[in-house]
Each structure stands twice: as C-alpha cells, then as structure tokens.
Ligand binder design. Sequence first.
Ligand code: CA
Length: 523
Amino acid sequence: MKRIFLVLILAFLLPSCVSRKVEKPPAKKPLNILFIMTDDHAEQAISSYGSKLIDTPNIDRIANEGIRFTNSFVTNSICAPSRAVMLTGKYSHLNGLRDNRDRFDGSQMTFPKLLQKAGYFTAVVGKWHLKTQPTGFDYWNVLIGQGPYYNPTMIANGDTLSHTGYTTDVITDITLDALKNRDPDKPFCMLYHHKAPHRNWMPAPRHFAMYKDEDLPLPETFFDNYESREAAAHQDMRIADMYMSMDMKLMPEDFGEETGTGGHGTFDAVKSWIATYNRLTPEQKAAWDAHYDPIRKDFREKQPTGKDLAVWKYQRYMKDYLRSVAAVDENIGRVLAYLDENGLAENTLVIYTSDQGFYLGEHGWYDKRFMYEESLGMPLVMRLPGMIKSGEVSDAMVLNLDFAPTFLDIAGVEIPEEMQGNSLRPLFDNQTPDSWRKSMYYHYYEYPHGWHSVKQHYGVRTYQHKLIYYYNDNIWELFDLLQDPAELNNIYGVAGNEAITAELKEELLQLRELYNEVESSGP
Ligand code: CA
C-alpha cells in the first residue's frame, strides 16, 4: 500500500520537478508584467471572492477580464517571508528569510534580476520590507520598513525623499510616473506594492463616510473557544485584545491605562500612536479629528467591557480596514486606466495578490501566521488578453512559490532548476493538467520572537484535508475541510481517521524531502 502511494506521489511530483522547458509565448510584442500586491488583504474583503463587506470594482475587473484562483496559498503566512518566496521561487529555508527578523540576501537569484538581464525595465514602488536594499531593479522607490499611512519617507534608488499625502495615493502617483518615464523600447516588469491594508488601518479622509451609520456582521466563529485546538488557543491576536490606542485610535484621556495586549509584550502602543498622530499635517489632523472625535466621545459615554468591548473593537477594526482597502481599489483603477489609455492592456500581464490572507474576526482574530484557511489563502487574480480567457475561475492549487516561474515563463526566459514553484501558464486555459500538484507544504517559523505568540508549525493541505504539526509542543491537528470548512473540529487521534492520518503523514514527509527540508524537526 505504502509503495503504491509513493509511486502515485512521484507520478504527480516528478513532472513539476523536471519539466522546466519554456515555450516561447505566442504574442508578437514582448509581454509586460504589472505585479500589484497589497499587504494583508484577505479574500473575505474582495467582492469577486464573494465578500459582503465591500465592493472592489477594480480588483473585480481584473478577475472578470481574466482568471480568479480559489485555492491560492502562501507557504509561510507572514509579510517579509512571503515576499522573499515570491522573488526567489524558493521556500523560506532555502531563500534564508524564515521570519520578519531576517534580512533578505540580495545577492541571490531573483526573477527581477533574470528579467532585467533579459532586457526588461524592472521597477519596484511601495512596500519592500526586506531590510536590505532592492537588487535587480532599474528603478526602485520604496518605503522604509513598514512605512506609515500618511506622509511617507521613501528611498528612490538610494535617495531619501519625503512625501506629503496618503501613502496609497503617493505610491500610485510614483508608479504612474515611473511607467510614463520608462524606456518605451523595453518591456517592463513593474512591482506596484502597497502598504495597505496592513495594521494599523488608517483610512484616507475621503473614505471616512463609509460604514458611518451601519454595523458590520460578526463572523460566526468570532467567539470561538478553541475547543479541541490547544495550539490555536495559544496566541495573542484576538480582536478583544487590540490596543485601545494604536488600533482603536483612542487617546489616553479616553481610556486611561492601555489595556490591550496587542500581540507584543514590550511595545509602547500609546507612545507609538501619539507619534503617528502627530505626523499628520494640520489639514490632515482637522479631517481626522472631525471623524474620530465623535467616536472617542461615544466610547467615553458607553465604556464597553467584556464581550461588548470585543464587538465594539471589531466594528472599529473592520471599518478602518475596509476603508483602507477602498483606497487601494480606487488607485488600482487609476493604473488600469493608464494601461487602457496607452495601449498597454493587450500585452500586459496584470496580477493582483496580497502577501497573505488575514483574519477579519474569524476565530476572534486579526493578523495571520496560522495555517488555517483565512491566512493560508491569498487572493490571486490575473489578466492577460489572448492567453487568459475572461471570466475564468480555477480551483487548481497554486502558491506564491509559483509567481517567479510564471513571470519568467510569460517573458520567455528560462526558469532556473533551483526554483521550486511551477509556472501557472498551463492553467491559463482553465484546464488543470493531471500532473499538477494535489497537495501543498507550509512552514511558519516566527516563535518565540516577534509578534502574536503563534507557535512554529508545518503541515500539508490537500483538497480535502489539512494536517498541521506544532513541533515545539508535539501537537497535531487534522481537519476535514469538506465536513468542517471553518476548522473548528480537530479530528487528529479520533477513531476512524487512522488511515487518512497515516497517508497525510507520509505525504508530509515526501514534501519535506522534495523541498529539502528534511533536516529540521520532523514528525
Ligand atoms: Ca502581510
């Protein structure tokens, strides 16, 4: 039985390892690449993914005119590591960036370097977050670290420049300028990467009116008690524990002592929030105060506690998160219009994604990190007229690991053997080849350092099941995603699941061997 299973695994894994031949794209003109990414944008906040919380017409436009992936996942659900996976096409343990403390080794092979070598104009504008200077780009203009929501300081090819305005708008202005000023004789690869909607969710004044007089629905699992999931209970990422200051935008006179734990034991949230507020211009402050003063007054009058406070925080969090998304979607519309107006829509691959998913109150949480669906998933839509038919939806299992090979394939550049992902091009006609992956491997490393206290874990997801191993504590979790899509019922060790458990453990081992991660803690 085991041998048959191994043969089956090899049958679908091998083609993806050895078949690296790239056919030249049929297009006459070289294809451009516009790689749009946000930070922490969940599928639950995109209308083409069925969101009832917000309309995102411009992201939807990309999906409607191209392909939307419903099983798109990250291999390590945290900001900088996901970006490093995308640049290199390699898992975290091989590209060297396991968690947000690590620095990206810019001397290694990346897809922008290979495209630049092939004659592309390569650029990155906006969030970079990899600690070392960007390499492989003709033009780079990036935020320092996380970057603020207002009045960002950015580094442009080594020069530090301060900007006044809303960062989502500023990043778009710079992106459009870079596209206008590029060498028109070269194809371009533009990485247009937003800071939004990363914490602490500060909207633009023009979106303050959204959701002003309405309440958003609570997710069904908001009051999850983590029964049967001991590892899930161990975290500091509950909305109920958000900071009163930095997250809720209240001032100390509204709440007295900071009671939110906010995910970090030693972070001075009050000091940080006051400094953030004081960076606003007088005009921005006036607009800000006109919106938030009534909210602060409401809090002082109600003084919610317990469950009421958790729900109050959820409403505050979600409204500011969604308003931040609204600015992103508007600005994507500006860039799509630029492509239309300049005859570039026909020969440009447009991709929209986020560096991972996010919790919008599911399990009572915000943030990411866990291998559960909301943060394992990432939105992924792509448009390329002539190669991708409009209105397609694919349930093929695709990863952020696949981006680099896809871009190289589109450009007609050979995909290096060392890249571990697969070009998504065979999926463009919405036919999933039999050899396509039927399981994916995940590994999260950031513990005990950093934010939110989520224990290290790795695991495997198939179309039906997910097996997670929290190796610090030797805890296993098994979910049947068809029976239990919300992942509330851990069936590991429950009688009747012995065969599937053994099968998934074998699969996990095979994947760890395939990706050369056999040396770290194993089952
Ligand atoms: Ca992120």
